[in-house]
Ligand binder design. Structure first.
Ligand SMILES: *[C@@H]1O[C@H](CO)[C@@H](O)[C@H](O)[C@H]1NC(C)=O
Length: 550
């Protein structure tokens, strides 16, 4: 299947090559002029070896052809040739897509890498952020999207106009904005200028803004009011819920009928806690694995759990109890009152620390890492992660430098934690993640991004730890040369690419050469999270079983 689709892609690629391309190939001497000459440009910064870039290529070509007629230009820059240009624009992964409105207004494109998604996004970008409405266009406009926001203000009210327009500029990707200065339309709507009304296809159907006309207040109003009272967690909505800044409560149910029933039943709970806790249903059939991240027993549906999205704490509702408006109402009340303790997933605390590498689990994390007066180097790993396995022997060697020297052992601990089996407070973006928690400054851990050699790691501990223990120079100076990590850049690139692909990651790591790749897991602390995130975010559905290709 995979082989077949690769072959098919190959053919499309060849066909696209043969035809003239609508994608402009830009270099450092042409780029600046190009974005100056064209009002709206989407630029792709890529590397020829990058797999995601190759997958994007035919989609990008198709989008370029469709958008050409609308005078929207698509361009690409080969970052292996135009290194400086790519640095100028802060390119950190491949592919990176950026929207240019002239040379100075640059925003990232982070939508799907499909022709249709690119086309619809760029067309929206090309329209004015606020459509000017009149009597004959207002009614249609109100229902032209799931959420539309209309400003009613007088023609000479420049200040309201500017405030509203600046909100629209910032949120134009999310909602449609319109405005009218016709006072009779405001009157018909039952508001007086200046006013803002948000129209939506769900819940109450519309909401009127009642606060002072400031950018912040309007933005907050838009986000709160546009979130359905009980929506559904899925590929389109997940990121929004995570970005909402308030806890998210999930109702896991297997069938649409059941989800609808619960949504109705729990509506009073959602109304009561509106703006404090978001409540949403989730398809337990498709995304049941996500339950594991919330410390629910997967498969035991229906179920309910709250996720504190900022601190990533989980509050599963007892799965032996029935889900009713009363039981959940009480549970959410208690949660809001701070009466529910978060559930913490942990492996058992080891009775003794056997080897040089200390084993950290959730339940000894505070003792060993945060409350210790030693400099603690901690590796967050996943059992399936190939890069972690490759690092393991070197990590043992590193740990032994301190562990076997009584003087150093007093000052430095080298430790690891299986972040898929233990809830850790840290936001983990990839495996392995290595951080140093210096004595006395535990709340400010320093992430390690150097090459994974014993020498560099030891020097990192020396330079950033409070105790400045210089273990490597003292003990091992001549002996250690790490063959593996000075391997050919080509191999590292291949590894980087494979890792990026394996996890269905958005951008492949640019860190090539000796800095081996991190296996990506988009801010997930566990394998299940990643699988679900991929699924929920609609990314590579195969991701879960191809992590460990290396
Ligand atoms: C807001 O200002 C813009 C630019 O001056 C103008 O074109 C638009 O008609 C104004 N909107 C309203 C509703 O008056």
């Amino acid at each position: 299947m995979r082989a077949f689709s690769r072959a098919a892609f190959g053919l499309i690629g060849a066909a696209a090559l043969a035809a003239a391309s609508d994608v402009h190939d830009l270099k450092s001497d042409t780029f600046a002029d190009f974005v100056k000459e064209h009002d709206l440009v989407l630029a792709e910064f890529f590397a020829p070896w990058c797999g995601h870039c190759k997958a994007l290529a035919p989609e990008y070509e198709e989008a370029a052809t469709q958008l050409k007629e609308k005078n929207i230009q698509l361009a690409k820059v080969d970052c292996t040739e135009e290194t400086e240009l790519c640095q100028t624009y802060g390119v950190e992964g491949y592919p990176t897509l950026k929207v240019f409105r002239g040379p100075d207004s640059i925003t990232p494109y982070s939508g799907q890498r499909k022709a249709q998604a690119i086309v619809s996004y760029m067309v929206k970008q090309s329209l004015p952020a606020v459509s000017v409405l009149a009597k004959d266009t207002l009614e249609d406009f109100k229902t032209s999207d799931k959420v539309v926001i209309v400003g009613y203000f007088a023609a000479d009210d420049k200040s309201s106009n500017e405030t509203f327009s600046s909100v629209a500029d910032g949120l134009r990707d999310d909602y449609l904005f319109g405005a009218t200065s016709d006072a009779t339309l405001a009157e018909a709507e039952g508001v007086s200028q200046p006013a803002i009304v948000l129209y939506k296809t769900f819940d109450e159907g519309k909401d009127t803004f009642t606060e002072k006309f400031t950018k912040e207040a309007i933005e907050k109003f838009a986000k709160t009011s546009a979130t359905p009272l009980i929506g559904e967690v899925g590929p389109e909505t997940y990121a929004g819920y995570m970005a909402a800044g308030i806890p998210l409560a999930y109702i896991f149910a297997a069938t649409p009928e059941e989800r609808e029933r619960f949504a109705k039943e729990l509506k009073p709970v959602a109304t009561k806690h509106k703006g404090v806790v978001n409540i949403a249903t989730i398809d337990a059939e498709a995304f049941g694995q996500h339950g594991a991240n919330l410390n629910l027993e997967v498969g035991k549906w229906p179920a309910f759990a709250i996720q504190e999205t900022v601190k990533n704490q989980k509050f599963p509702f007892d799965q032996t109890k029935e889900i009713t408006a009363e039981s959940i109402g009480q549970f959410v009340d208690d949660f809001v009152a701070g009466k529910v303790s978060p559930s913490i997933k942990s492996e058992p605390v080891p009775e003794t620390q056997e080897g040089p590498v200390h084993v950290v689990v959730a339940h000894n994390y505070d003792d060993l890492v945060l409350n210790s007066d030693k400099d603690v180097l901690l590796e967050f790993y996943a059992p399936w992660c190939g890069h972690c396995k490759a690092l393991a022997p070197k990590y043992e060697e590193l740990a032994a430098l301190y562990f076997n020297n009584p003087e150093y052992a007093e000052k430095v601990i080298v430790a690891k934690v299986d972040a898929t089996a233990n809830d850790v407070p840290d936001e983990i973006q990839g495996f392995p993640t290595i951080k140093l928690f210096p004595a006395g400054k535990k709340s400010d851990p320093i992430s390690y991004s150097g090459s994974r050699t014993v020498e560099d790691l030891a020097n990192f501990i020396r330079d950033n730890g409070k105790h400045a223990v210089d273990a490597y120079v003292a003990e091992e100076k001549l002996e250690l040369r790490d063959e593996d990590e000075t391997a050919m850049p080509e191999q590292a690139k291949a590894a980087t690419e494979a890792a990026g692909e394996a996890a269905g990651e958005a951008a492949e790591s640019v860190k090539s050469g000796a800095e081996a790749a991190t296996e990506s897991v988009k801010s997930a602390a566990s394998e299940a999270t990643e699988a679900v995130k991929s699924a929920v975010e609609g990314e590579d559905a195969d991701a879960a079983d191809v992590h460990d290709e290396l």
